[in-house]
Design a protein. Structure first.
Length: 195
């Protein structure tokens, strides 16, 4: 059975994006620092693919069978050109998509809520996991009880400002540590949501 897993790189003080996170500056100032462990350089290009445990984590994320991502996330990157590692992309949104989405057959906007979007993503993923992206989307998925796990890549930096991953939660959420992998550039913690 597939699980829904939020994959997110985060500063120690809880930020997933730097200050000035907007469409012309996706991720905000200093955003790529959160992705050095992944092999990205400051300009957003891959300078070296990760090896060892970090490489295995990237392979794990790329083995997911569907993506569920928030509208803000997908629009800032133009839906990854309609291709996020070759799997269907589901976007929960109450507004219809912009015109570019017509060019992306793998992208589906779901207007009847996060639970429906997750059900469709899990059906498309089959026995593989659903890769969840976006802070707001993660918060709504937690609230609806449809997020199963968190894979947090905690980067040893303090941003001091920007966009926090869990700025607003409807209530307390208990987690169980499933796995911890230390690498020189990040500590990768996998949590299960306790229900």
């Amino acid at each position: 059975m597939s699980s829904s897993v939020l994959y997110m790189s985060m500063s120690v003080d809880g930020y997933i994006a730097g200050p000035n996170d907007e469409p012309g500056n996706p991720g905000g100032d200093g955003f790529m620092r959160l992705h050095h462990w992944y092999g990205y350089g400051p300009d957003g290009t891959i300078v070296r693919p990760p090896a060892g445990p970090a490489g295995q984590l990237v392979e794990e994320a790329n083995a997911t069978g569907a993506v569920l991502a928030g509208r803000r996330t997908v629009e800032q990157v133009d839906h990854w050109g309609g291709d996020s590692h070759g799997v269907p992309i589901f976007v929960p949104s109450h507004r219809p998509p912009g015109p570019t989405v017509a060019d992306y057959p793998l992208v589906t906007y779901v207007s009847d809520g996060i639970a429906s979007a997750m059900a469709q993503a899990k059906a498309a993923a089959g026995d593989r996991n659903v890769h969840v992206l976006g802070a707001y989307t993660a918060q709504r998925a937690l609230e609806a009880g449809v997020l199963d796990e968190l894979q947090i890549h905690q980067v040893p930096v303090l941003f001091g400002g920007g966009r926090r991953l869990f700025e607003v939660l409807p209530s307390r959420v208990e987690l169980e540590i499933a796995r911890v992998i230390d690498t020189p550039e990040a500590t990768h913690i996998r949590y299960r949501i306790r229900r």
